[in-house]
Design a protein around this ligand. Structure first.
Ligand code: SF4
Length: 111
């Protein structure tokens, strides 16, 4: 094996390994904070009457039939993440963050 061939092979290996390592590292260091916020116009959000602030729940909507003052995402059973964070993951809307002050018709009292 010539020295030039070995050098080329080394450079080719580095060229492949570095981007792969960067992708792997970014995947492992991604946190919930990197997720996008749920858009109220997202079809799944609309279907459940999601609002960013529970104060803005349309009480005339059939989706709000079970809504009561004091309900919001931070005290919902399916909220995830850490208490105190303004936007947190929600099991109902995977891959998105919902507002702690928000609400949707899937709200269930935290046990
Ligand atoms: S399911 Fe609960 S936490 Fe998720 S958006 Fe609806 S009210 Fe908020």
């Amino acid at each position: 094996m010539s020295q030039e061939f070995t050098r080329r092979r080394f450079l080719a290996t580095v060229a492949v390994a570095v981007p792969a390592g960067a992708v792997l590292m970014s995947a492992t260091t991604a946190t919930a904070a990197d997720l996008p916020h749920l858009d109220v116009n997202d079809p799944s959000a609309k279907a459940l009457g999601y609002v960013v602030d529970a104060k803005n729940v349309d009480r005339k909507s059939p989706l709000a039939a079970r809504f009561a003052d004091g309900q919001h995402c931070a005290n919902c059973q399916v909220i995830q993440g850490k208490d105190g964070e303004a936007f947190r993951p929600c099991a109902i809307f995977p891959g998105k963050l919902v507002a702690a002050a928000g609400w949707c018709s899937a709200w269930a009292k935290k046990a």
